[in-house]
Design a protein around this ligand. Structure first.
Ligand SMILES: NC(=O)c1ccc[n+]([C@@H]2O[C@H](COP(=O)([O-])OP(=O)(O)OC[C@H]3O[C@@H](n4cnc5c(N)ncnc54)[C@H](OP(=O)(O)O)[C@@H]3O)[C@@H](O)[C@H]2O)c1
Length: 293
């Protein structure tokens, strides 16, 4: 449990890859970090690994399965029972599938996990976030949002898992943007920002068939960076005093896959606020949760 003066962050998917490195960075910055992970066992092991590198780290683990709305609700109840505020919410967890899978409600699994679970999580925790410029909500998008669309009439994207991944990551960015617009309209100081990590070898590619993975890697291998580097855009969005709500950060080196953190390029579809508004309404309906800012 955090001491009262500590600032509190939640990192979803904190046990691996970019989420793990984000947890290290937030702990080093003095935050008490709640590691929101679907596997208690993996989370406890990751917590021990963080402690090895950052012995002063203040960490907690609460189980969260983002593809299951009941689990998201249970997570927020457990969080509320332990804490009275939340300073930084990092919606990091994600999956990439090249197959058609659905959650228990029949919703395409990447949309359910990467977007809907985080939408509900944010809605349920929003009232615990202080109205303060250091308070942040960070969305993890991807270079893969480019060329994507929200397939309102068929969220399964005709069964094409690759297209559905792009859709889910576009949804994360549109949600971050729309949240920012609503925060500004309400005169709130909390910042909603989005980032992408560039390209990094992590657990994200565990579901990709070996042949396809080798093909993907051959095209981009020289541009990839480590999860530690890939976590820097997130840490910048979460911690820097020099950011604005609505900003979108990523690495600005070759092909935006690696390099220093800077302003990331966007697909023009993200300028269409009507799509973001429609996605917000759909997300409220699908989660059965009104979200007013
Ligand atoms: N790596 C890249 O090149 C890249 C590029 C663009 C965007 N991203 C984004 O970066 C974020 C982090 O990905 P990563 O590369 O660090 O991948 P990763 O190593 O696979 O980590 C993903 C994390 O999300 C968790 N997770 C997956 N499904 C979940 C669920 N249903 N409920 C709760 N947690 C769940 C994973 O838990 P388990 O360990 O239990 O599976 C893991 O902790 C993702 O949003 C991804 O889309 C990554």
């Amino acid at each position: 449990m955090a001491v009262q003066s500590e600032r509190i962050a939640i990192v979803t998917g904190a046990n691996n890859g970019i989420g793990f490195e984000t947890t290290v960075g937030m702990a080093e910055a003095g935050y008490h970090v709640v590691m929101a992970c679907r596997s208690q066992h993996k989370a406890e092991a990751a917590k021990a690994d963080v402690m090895k590198g950052v012995p002063s780290a203040s960490l907690d683990v609460i189980q969260l399965e983002l593809s299951d709305l009941a689990s998201v609700r249970a997570f927020t109840e457990a969080f509320r029972s332990r804490y009275s505020r939340l300073d930084v919410l990092i919606n990091n967890a994600g999956i990439l599938l090249y197959s058609t899978e659905t959650n228990g409600d029949g919703v395409e699994l990447q949309f359910a996990t990467n977007h809907l679970g985080h939408f509900l999580l944010t809605a349920l925790l929003f009232d615990m976030i202080p109205d303060d410029p250091a308070s942040r909500i960070v969305a993890l998008s991807s270079l893969g949002h480019k060329g994507a669309d929200i397939h309102f009439d068929d969220l399964s994207c005709g069964g094409d898992g690759g297209v559905a991944y792009g859709q889910s990551k576009l949804a994360c960015l549109l949600f971050g943007d729309e949240l920012d617009r609503r925060l500004r309209a309400a005169g709130r100081e909390t910042k909603a920002l989005s980032v992408h990590p560039g390209g990094s070898e992590s657990g994200l590619f565990q579901n990709v068939a070996p042949g396809q993975l080798a093909e993907m890697k051959a095209q981009v291998e020289q541009f990839l960076h480590s999860p530690e580097e890939a976590a820097k855009p997130t840490q910048h969005a979460a911690l820097s005093p020099d950011v604005e709500g609505g900003d979108y950060y990523g690495p600005i080196g070759p092909q935006e896959m690696s390099g220093e953190v800077g302003n990331a390029t966007r697909d023009p579809i993200t300028e269409d606020a009507e799509i973001a508004k429609r996605l917000w309404g759909l997300s409220e309906t699908m989660t059965d949760q009104a979200f007013s800012v």
